[in-house]
Design a protein around this ligand. Structure first.
Ligand code: PHE
Length: 364
C-alpha cells in the first residue's frame, strides 16, 4: 500500500520550496492535473474492494486536500511577496526635488502681434490674412506700383521660377499691403482690418532680415480723412507703449498706393543706451524716429478693387512688428529674433498664460 503520509509530506515540502508562481504551477499540474500523481491515486479508488476503499479513501482524499491547501497557501505567499517587492521598487520619495521639465515660451513677435490684435479689436478692427506666396498683381500692380518701380527688381524681391495659371509672376510678398487688395475684393465696405504676417525682402544686416513681420491697417468707409488716420495711430501707439505722452510727427512721403502719403515718426529719448518712446522729438534730449508708413488709400487702388472711389475713401498704414517689439522690450539685434537660441527665447519670451488684454494691462 502506498505511503500516503510520506507522499503528502514530500509534495508539501516541494510546494513550500517552489521559488515562483511558474514552478508552483508545474508542481500543481504534476500532482493534481489530469495525469498527475494525486489524480492517479484517486482513480485507483474505482478498482478497490469496498473494504479497501473504506480504509484508503479517507487517506487519499485527505492527501488531495492537504496538497490543494498547500498550493493555495504557497500561491498566496508568493503573490504577497511579489506585491511587496513591487511596492518597494516603485516607492515615491516625496522629499526628492522635482525633475525639471523644459517649458516653452511665446516668441516676442507672436506676443506683440497678440497685443496689437487686442488693441485694434477694441477699436473695431478685425484680423485679416493673405498668402505669403503672392502674385505680382496683388503685391504690385493692383497697388499702383509701376513696372519700373525698384521694389519689383530681382535684387529686392524673391521670385519663383514659374508663373501661375493666369501668367502672373509668383513671389514671396514684400509687404502685407496685398491683403488690402484681397480684403477690398472680397468684402463690401465699410472695412476695418489689420493684417499681421510675414514678409520677405532680399536684405540682410543687423537691422534687416530677409524675412520679417509687418502689420497692415486698412479702413474703407464714407468720409474718411487724415484726422481718422492720425487718431487711430495715436490711440494704438499710446495703448501699445502704455504711456500717454506719445507724440507723432507726420512727414509727407510717397507710396504709390496712398495719396497723400505720410511717414510717421515718434518722439523718443535715449536712456542708458536704449531708445524710450515718448515725448516730443523736438524737446531737449529727444529726437524723432521713423516708425511706419501710411496715407489715404489711392483712389486708383480703390478702383482697381472694383469700388467707386467717389463713394469710398480710406486710410492704410504698415508697421514693422519686429521693430515695435525691439522698441518696447529692449532687444537690439534683429537677427537674434530668428536664430532660435533657447537662451534668448527664455530671456525675452513670454509665458503661455500671459495673454494681453486691455483691461489687465496689455503687457502685464
Ligand atoms: N507697404 C509699405 C511698406 O512695406 C507700408 C505702407 C502700408 C505704407 C500702407 C502706406 C500704407 O513699406
Amino acid at each position: 500500500m502506498t505511503d500516503y503520509q510520506g507522499m503528502q509530506a514530500r509534495l508539501e515540502a516541494d510546494i513550500a520550496a517552489a521559488a515562483d508562481l511558474d514552478a508552483l504551477e508545474a508542481l500543481r499540474v504534476a500532482a493534481l492535473g489530469k495525469t498527475g500523481s494525486v489524480s492517479a491515486l484517486l482513480k485507483t479508488l474505482g478498482a478497490m474492494t469496498p473494504e479497501e476503499r473504506q480504509a484508503q479513501g479517507p487517506q487519499i482524499h485527505s492527501l488531495r486536500e492537504g496538497v490543494t491547501g498547500a498550493i493555495a497557501a504557497r500561491k498566496a505567499a508568493l503573490e504577497g511577496a511579489a506585491l511587496e517587492a513591487k511596492l518597494a521598487a516603485e516607492r515615491l520619495d516625496m522629499t526628492l526635488p522635482a525633475a525639471a521639465a523644459p517649458v516653452g515660451s511665446v516668441h516676442p513677435v507672436s506676443q506683440v502681434m497678440d497685443e496689437l490684435a487686442e488693441i485694434f479689436a477694441d477699436m473695431g478692427f478685425a484680423v485679416a490674412t493673405g498668402p505669403e506666396i503672392e502674385d505680382d498683381w496683388h503685391n504690385f500692380t493692383a497697388l499702383n506700383i509701376p513696372e519700373t518701380h525698384p521694389a519689383r527688381a530681382m535684387h529686392d524681391t524673391f521670385y519663383f521660377p514659374d508663373k501661375d495659371a493666369e501668367g502672373r509672376s509668383m513671389l514671396l510678398r514684400t509687404h502685407t499691403s496685398p491683403v488690402q487688395i484681397r480684403t477690398m475684393m472680397n468684402a463690401a465696405p465699410p472695412i476695418r482690418i489689420i493684417a499681421p504676417g510675414r514678409v520677405y525682402r532680399s536684405d540682410s544686416d543687423a537691422t534687416h532680415t530677409p524675412m520679417f513681420h509687418q502689420i497692415e491697417g486698412l479702413v474703407i468707409d464714407r468720409g474718411i480723412h487724415m484726422g481718422h488716420l492720425k487718431w487711430t495711430l495715436e490711440t494704438f501707439l499710446k495703448a501699445y507703449f502704455e504711456r500717454d505722452d506719445i507724440v507723432l510727427r507726420l512727414r509727407p512721403s510717397y507710396f504709390p498706393f496712398t495719396e497723400p502719403s505720410a511717414e510717421v515718426d515718434v518722439g523718443y529719448a535715449q536712456e542708458k543706451g536704449r531708445r524710450i518712446v515718448g515725448g516730443n522729438g523736438d524737446d531737449e534730449g529727444h529726437a524723432w524716429m521713423e516708425l511706419l508708413g501710411s496715407g489715404m488709400v489711392n483712389p486708383r487702388v480703390i478702383a482697381n478693387c472694383g469700388l467707386d472711389p467717389d463713394e469710398w475713401q480710406g486710410f492704410a498704414f504698415g508697421v514693422g512688428v519686429d521693430r515695435l517689439a525691439m522698441l518696447k522690450y529692449g532687444m537690439d539685434d534683429l537677427r537674434a529674433f530668428f536664430d532660435g537660441d533657447l537662451r534668448w527665447l527664455s530671456h525675452y519670451g513670454f509665458g503661455a498664460l500671459s495673454v494681453p488684454t486691455l483691461s489687465g494691462g496689455i503687457s502685464a
